[in-house]
Design a protein around this ligand. Structure first.
Ligand SMILES: Cc1cc2nc3c(=O)[nH]c(=O)nc-3n(C[C@H](O)[C@H](O)[C@H](O)COP(=O)(O)OP(=O)(O)OC[C@H]3O[C@@H](n4cnc5c(N)ncnc54)[C@H](O)[C@@H]3O)c2cc1C
Length: 388
C-alpha cells in the first residue's frame, strides 16, 4: 500500500497504553496518525498502578521497541498459584512446564507509558487535548476537542476511540452495556516475610477473589475484592489491623505481612459495546471492554485490539480505511478474543465467589483435578498468554 503525506491521518483519542501501542506501531509502518491525549506529556509517569502483562503482551511491546525500557522494572511471574479459602485443592501453573520463559510480568502503568513515549514520535501527539464529542457521516468522522481553552475539530477517515471508556459517554451508534459486579477492588502494595520467588497468588474467598502479584524484589501488589461496604471498612483500618486481616484471609504462604502502602479502591464493572465499530469509527482497549481484574485479561485483550487493528490497516487500501467492510473484517478478528475474555472472567468470578454448601468441595475437586490434567492447564495458559 502506498501512503502519501497528503493523506489525512487516522486520529486516536486517548494516549493510554492501548492508544500508544497503536500509534507507535502505525508510525513504525509509516502510516499517518495523530493522537489526542487529555493529559500533559509525562503526567502519567508516577502512576504506580500495577498491570499484569501476559507473555503475549510482552511480545507486542518487544515488537514496538518499548520492552527494553520496561524490562528492568518488570517483575517476572514464573508460577501462578490458584487456591480457595476454606477449601481443598489448588492449581499451580509453571512457565517452564509450558515452554515459556514467563507466565507474565508485573509492570507499573507509569513505567509502561514512559517506555512507550520513548519510542513514540511526539510530533504526532497533541497533549492537553480533551475530546468532547464525536460524530460520523458517510465519508468520515469528526472529533471535537478542547485545547488551550479553545474548541477545535479534526476530520479523519477513521477515528479510533481509546480513551478508557470513562469520558465519552455518548458515542453515536454504539450502545454500551454496563453492569456493576457489585464489588470494589482494593489495591495496594504489601511487603511480606518470605520472598515471592516469582509466584503470583490468586485466592478465591466467599467474599470475592484476591490476588498477590510479585512486584519488585520483595513486594507484592495486592488486589482484594469484595462488596463495597467490606472494602470501605478495609480502607479505614489502621495498618496493623489491616495486615492481620489480610493474613487471616490469605493464609500463610508468604509468611506474615509486614507493611502496607497507601490503599485505594475502585468499583468493578463489566462494560462492553454491542458493536465496537460503526463506519469511520472504532473503539479499542478499555473503552471497548472493561472486565473484572480477577483473570488479568482486560488490559491484555486491549493490547491485542491495537495489534489487530494495525494488521487490518496494513492490509487495507487507504481508500478503505474506516469503510464498513474494513471495520467488519477487524470486528470479526476480535469477537472471539473479547467474548472469550469476558466469559472466562465471568466464569471465574461466578464459580468461585459462591458460598453454597458443597460448592466449595466441588471447586476443590475441580482445582485438584485441573492440577494433574496437563492438557487443561495448557488451554488455560494459552488463554492467559495469547487470548486463544
Ligand atoms: C482506577 C483504576 C485502577 C486500575 N487498576 C488496575 C490494576 O491494579 N491492575 C490492572 O491490571 N488493571 C487496572 N486497571 C485497568 C487498566 O488500567 C486498564 O486495563 C488499562 O489502563 C487500559 O488501557 P487503555 O489504554 O485502554 O485505557 P487507559 O489506560 O484508561 O487510557 C486512556 C487514555 O485516554 C486519555 N483520555 C481519557 N479521556 C480522554 C478524552 N476525552 N480526550 C482525550 N484523551 C482522553 C486518558 O488521559 C488516558 O491517557 C485499573 C483501571 C482503573 C480505572
Amino acid at each position: 500500500m502506498i501512503v502519501t503525506s497528503k493523506q489525512p491521518p487516522i486520529v486516536i483519542v486517548g494516549g493510554g497504553p492501548v492508544g500508544l501501542v497503536l500509534a507507535v506501531s502505525m508510525q513504525q509502518q509509516g502510516l499517518p496518525v495523530r493522537v489526542l491525549e487529555a493529559r500533559q506529556r509525562g503526567a502519567a509517569y508516577q502512576d504506580k498502578r500495577a498491570l499484569a502483562l501476559s507473555y503475549g503482551s510482552k511480545l507486542i511491546l518487544e515488537k514496538v521497541g518499548a520492552w527494553a525500557d520496561v524490562a528492568p522494572q518488570a517483575t517476572v511471574i514464573e508460577t501462578i498459584h490458584v487456591s480457595q479459602r476454606g477449601g481443598l485443592g489448588r492449581v499451580k501453573l509453571h512457565a517452564a512446564e509450558h515452554d515459556l520463559p514467563a507466565l507474565g510480568y508485573v509492570v507499573s502503568y507509569g513505567a509502561l507509558i514512559q517506555a512507550l513515549d520513548g519510542v513514540l514520535k511526539a510530533e504526532d501527539v497533541l497533549y492537553g487535548a480533551s475530546a468532547t464529542a464525536v460524530k460520523q457521516d458517510a465519508q468520515h468522522a469528526t472529533v471535537t476537542f478542547i485545547t488551550d481553552a479553545q474548541s477545535q475539530s479534526l476530520t479523519t477517515p477513521l477515528l479510533v476511540i481509546a480513551e478508557g471508556g470513562r469520558s465519552l459517554d455518548n458515542i453515536p451508534m454504539l450502545q454500551r452495556d454496563t453492569q456493576a459486579y457489585g464489588h470494589d477492588a482494593l489495591v495496594s502494595k504489601v511487603h511480606c516475610e518470605l520472598p515471592h520467588n516469582g509466584i503470583a497468588y490468586e485466592r478465591f474467598t466467599p467474599t470475592g477473589p484476591m490476588a498477590l502479584l510479585p512486584n519488585g524484589a520483595h513486594d507484592f501488589s495486592l488486589v482484594w475484592t469484595g462488596d463495597k461496604t467490606a472494602v470501605d471498612r478495609l480502607l479505614t483500618l489502621d495498618d496493623a489491623t489491616f495486615l492481620t486481616e489480610l493474613h487471616a484471609a490469605f493464609g500463610d504462604r508468604v509468611g506474615r505481612f509486614l507493611s502496607v502502602q497507601k490503599r485505594l479502591s475502585f468499583p468493578l464493572i463489566k462494560s462492553q459495546l454491542a458493536d465496537n465499530t460503526t463506519p469511520h469509527m472504532v473503539v479499542i482497549g478499555n473503552a471497548a471492554q472493561t472486565m473484572h481484574p480477577v483473570a488479568g485479561q482486560g488490559f491484555n485483550v486491549g493490547l491485542r485490539d491495537a495489534t489487530a487493528l494495525l494488521k487490518q490497516l496494513q492490509t487495507s487500501e487507504h481508500a478503505d480505511w474506516g469503510s464498513e467492510a474494513m471495520l467488519a473484517a477487524y470486528a470479526q478478528t476480535r469477537t472471539r478474543d473479547t467474548k472469550g475474555g469476558l466469559m472466562f472472567t465471568d466464569f471465574l468470578v461466578n464459580t468461585f465467589t459462591n458460598d453454597w454448601i458443597g460448592v466449595s468441595r466441588l471447586r476443590g475437586l475441580g482445582l485438584g483435578l485441573l492440577d494433574v490434567m496437563q492438557p487443561a492447564k495448557k488451554v488455560l495458559v494459552s488463554k492467559m498468554s495469547y487470548g486463544k
